[in-house]
Design a protein around this ligand. Structure first.
Ligand code: NA7
Length: 549
């Protein structure tokens, strides 16, 4: 691991924020492929990004590992062996550790170092980055790989600091693997993280109390050990698989989607849903019928199907009904994937508490007290309450652009970006998988590679001429924001009351769509067209021109 010096001032070509999938690839791309001087930072003690922090029991990837992995190096993808179809967090972390070793990336990264400020210096036409270790670093270009789900939502419950037991956040889980054996455990939150954790905690806790506000449409992940024959076939066809992934809406090479759930008979619909349910992963969501996310009647057929399957799996009818989502369409909140999640509620030592009807009033020294005065006594409390998604990681860094414009000010009414990659007034700052890009609705490692490659090509393009500054035109940015909003309005997404896709999970956060909903292929085609047209919508200038402007 690179030693963290406290050197006060350094200057580089490129500063990189984060050492997860994005930061690691960016270090390799800019340092080893473009030959630039780079320095990266991560608040964590080692590489991994989201997979470093989210080490709660049950943490697992929801896209097949063979797809949720880097594609940039053929030898890397040939030599790495995934033991399971959907690998658990420790294996993904060791994969990223392997990537760091293989490309000798750690020497360019300062760990245990959080970026606390980033200010554009108009005169020098470069960024000044400050860290919590007192470092001040300058560079012409900054790549933010700060992530989309890396700032956990702040606990909203009064009294949490007075709880006498232990409090754990799924998004910032301790490294010493706490034991829940025989203990009274409470968990608030039944999103993807909560659902994964509940399946595991139920096995060890003495008693598990699940505080559920909004039930979720969770469907089976279908995990299994890697089949050697399938692995060999995947490796032989990796080039084709990656191409098919990049040409699919969600960045996975699924090919069985049918146009409309309403255009087929009830029997055929059931056959398709059964097939996708059994095959697992996101197949039910994105490989069943193309209108599920767009047409409420089509969506209802999928929602009804999932509710029926929940009722089949949960023995107690009242518990089953509580677990059935009824007030928002399927897929408008990120659909969780599960293994034996619903069966956990058939255990005598697992209790489901409805905190929509009877909200959490406060955390007491002994446990959780609800609005009606009921107190649930606990030894440990797990908060699986989600993240300040997409914009949170960027807004946390005190970014100040041209003319003293703070990003918090520019984005006061929601993110303003061009391609979800750059923002007007913030030159040379590339936001990898930023808000209003496909990001979380594209297979992340591939989305990251596409964005890092775009940034690298843009910088290489500038360096071939006398230019060194790129930023979006305000008009292009306005048009992109409008376009992303229009795309969202054509879907059912805005109808979900608490979806983080819409910023609706954080009190006071502007309610705006945070992802590009046109799908990865349309997005990639748009990016390619913009580059082909000479970086249309971007202003490319030389810093000398800036100084005299
Ligand atoms: P999510 O999906 O945002 O889930 C958070 C959960 O926490 C959800 O069930 C929330 O209920 C619940 N929550 C949040 N605040 C409260 C309060 N105040 N009271 C009760 N319940 C609350 O976060 P995850 O970490 O599970 O998943 C995030 C992403 O990480 C996931 O989508 C994957 O992409 C990976 P609510 O629905 O708001 O009623």
């Amino acid at each position: 691991m690179a030693a963290s010096t406290t050197t006060a001032r350094t200057t580089h070509d490129v500063l990189i924020i984060g050492a997860g999938f994005a930061g690691l690839y960016a270090v390799h791309k800019f340092r080893d492929q473009l030959g630039l001087d780079v320095l990266a930072f991560d608040a964590a003690g080692d590489v991994g990004g989201t997979w470093y922090w989210n080490r709660y029991p049950g943490a697992r990837v929801d896209i097949e590992s063979v797809h949720y992995s880097y594609s940039f190096d053929e030898d890397l993808q040939q030599e790495w062996h995934w033991t399971e179809k959907f690998c658990a967090q420790p294996e993904i972390l060791s994969y990223l550790g392997h990537v760091a070793d293989r490309f000798d990336l750690r020497r360019s990264i300062r760990f245990n170092t959080r970026v606390t400020g980033l200010t554009w210096d108009d005169d020098a036409a470069e960024w000044e980055l400050r860290t919590d270790r007192g470092g001040v670093h300058r560079a012409k270009y900054v790549i933010s790989g700060a992530g989309t789900l890396s700032v956990p939502k702040k606990p909203e419950f009064p009294g949490v600091e007075d709880f006498r037991g232990e409090v754990y956040l799924t998004g910032n889980w301790p490294h010493d693997e706490p034991s829940f054996e025989g203990r009274r455990v409470g968990i608030i939150g039944v999103g993807s993280s909560g659902i994964q954790a509940i399946s595991e905690l139920a096995k060890t806790a003495g008693h598990l109390t699940v505080f559920q506000r909004t039930p979720n449409y969770a469907t089976p992940i279908g995990n299994e050990p890697t089949d050697p024959a399938e692995e060999a076939a995947n490796k032989a066809g990796y080039r084709r698989i990656r191409e098919a992934s990049r040409n699919h809406f969600l960045g996975v090479p699924y090919t069985d989607v049918q146009p409309s759930a309403l255009a087929v008979s009830a029997e055929e619909r059931r056959r398709v849903f059964d097939d996708r349910w059994n095959r697992g992963g996101f197949r039910l969501f994105i490989d069943a019928f193309g209108d599920i996310l767009f047409d409420k009647a089509a969506n209802d057929t999928a929602a009804d199907y999932i509710r029926d399957r929940i009722r089949e799996r949960v023995h107690d009818p009242a518990t089953a009904e509580l677990l059935c989502p009824t007030d928002y369409p399927y897929g408008t909140k990120r659909p969780p994937l599960e293994t034996d999640y619903y069966e956990a509620y058939n255990r005598d030592d697992v209790e489901l508490v409805d905190v929509k009807a009877n909200p959490v009033a406060e955390i007491t020294p002994r446990g959780v007290r609800l609005a009606d005065g009921t107190e649930h006594e606990l030894d440990c409390l797990v908060l699986a309450t989600g993240f300040d998604a997409c914009t949170g990681p960027l807004l946390a860094m005190n970014i100040v652009g041209r003319d003293g414009l703070a990003l918090t000010e520019h984005w006061a009414d929601g993110p303003q970006t061009y391609l979800g990659l750059m923002s007007a007034g913030f030159p040379n700052l590339f936001m990898i998988t930023g808000p209003q890009s496909p990001s979380v609705l594209y297979n992340m490692p591939l989305a990251i590679e596409d964005h890092v490659d775009f940034a690298a090509d843009a910088i290489a393009h500038l360096r071939q001429s006398t230019l060194d500054v790129i930023e979006p035109e305000a008009d292009a940015e306005r048009a992109w924001v409008e376009h992303t909003n229009e795309l969202a309005q054509a879907t059912l997404l805005p109808t979900s009351p608490t979806s983080w896709y819409m910023g609706a999970n954080i009190p006071g956060k502007p309610r705006r769509v945070l992802v590009y909903l046109g799908g990865a292929p349309a997005y990639r085609a748009k990016c390619a067209e913009i580059v082909h047209n000479g970086y249309q919508g971007f202003r490319l200038t030389g810093s000398a021109a800036l100084v005299t402007a």
